[in-house]
Design a protein around this ligand. Structure first.
Ligand SMILES: O=c1ccn([C@@H]2O[C@H](COP(=O)(O)O)[C@@H](O)[C@H]2O)c(=O)[nH]1
Length: 249
């Protein structure tokens, strides 16, 4: 089995993913061109709905890594189809909801492994979304009717991801230490919900700083609005790079 693992020469670039939550195709590609020397990964959701696989190919042609944030959640047979499709497309990283269960997640991985062997190319890295960073303790217990603490539930779902053969998980920065205890050392831990000190966490309910997330073992910081809404995107990214470098020192 081969999985996308290639690394660039800049460690901080490898740790940074820009969430391209915008639907203007030209503006989106301009931002990628503006920042791709500093940012190694670019994530698409709504833009994929609008512009589809062609957009993924356009990003891949720019020699950046593509995070296709599909947050898959369906029956195992349907997930098998996705496993083949995302491998054929060449996405580097794909999300699936752990709440769909082990059989569902395993079906994605198995079909992607088969497609990768057939096509002689790596399959995407698969990470399981544990609890969305917009969910807090009250939301988990009262609205979703899930007992226990958020941290316990993240650990439980990380265990399901491991059992299903996923490569890692998505969690809030505050759960990294717990997740690292449940998962193998090589697990790929993706953390949205990080910000520079003093910057608004927006709709995230479980947030942390970029520096703390790196120090606690995040594999990839996913950052959108702090960069997209800033007056000078390059300066903002350069400042985040500094925070990452300091945390790694
Ligand atoms: O639990 C999750 C899972 C995914 N996300 C995604 O991360 C980015 C965060 O964007 P910001 O603008 O930096 O808040 C966004 O694309 C989400 O879809 C998440 O936030 N939480």
């Amino acid at each position: 089995m081969s999985v996308h693992t290639e690394r660039s020469s800049s460690p901080s670039r490898d740790k940074l993913c820009l969430a391209l939550d915008l639907t203007d195709r030209a503006a989106l590609l301009d931002i990628v061109d503006e920042l791709k020397d500093l940012v190694g990964w670019f994530k698409i959701n709504s833009a994929f709905t609008l512009f589809g696989p062609e957009l993924v190919r356009e990003l891949l042609a720019r020699d950046v890594r593509v995070f296709l944030d599909l947050k898959l959640h369906d029956i195992p047979n349907t997930l098998a189809g996705y496993g083949t499709a995302v491998t054929e497309l060449g996405a580097h990283l794909v999300t699936v909801h752990t709440s769909g269960g082990v059989d569902m997640m395993r079906s994605l991985v198995t079909s992607a492994d088969e497609a990768a062997a057939q096509l002689n190319k790596p399959r995407p890295t698969f990470v399981g979304v544990t609890i969305l960073t917009s969910t807090d303790q009250t939301g988990l217990n009262q609205e979703l009717n899930v007992p226990g603490t958020v941290e316990e539930e993240v650990a439980r779902r990380a265990g399901l991801a491991k059992e299903a053969g996923l490569d890692g998980i998505v969690c809030a920065p505050v759960e990294l230490a717990t997740a690292r205890k449940v998962l193998p050392d090589a697990a790929f831990l993706v953390t949205p919900g990080t910000r520079s000190p003093g910057v608004s966490g927006n709709d995230h309910r479980r947030v942390g700083t970029h520096a703390n997330a790196i120090a606690d073992g995040s594999s990839l910081l996913v950052i959108g609005r702090q960069v997209l809404h800033s007056e000078d995107r390059r300066t903002t990214v350069a400042q985040i790079v500094e925070e990452i470098e300091e945390a790694r020192a």
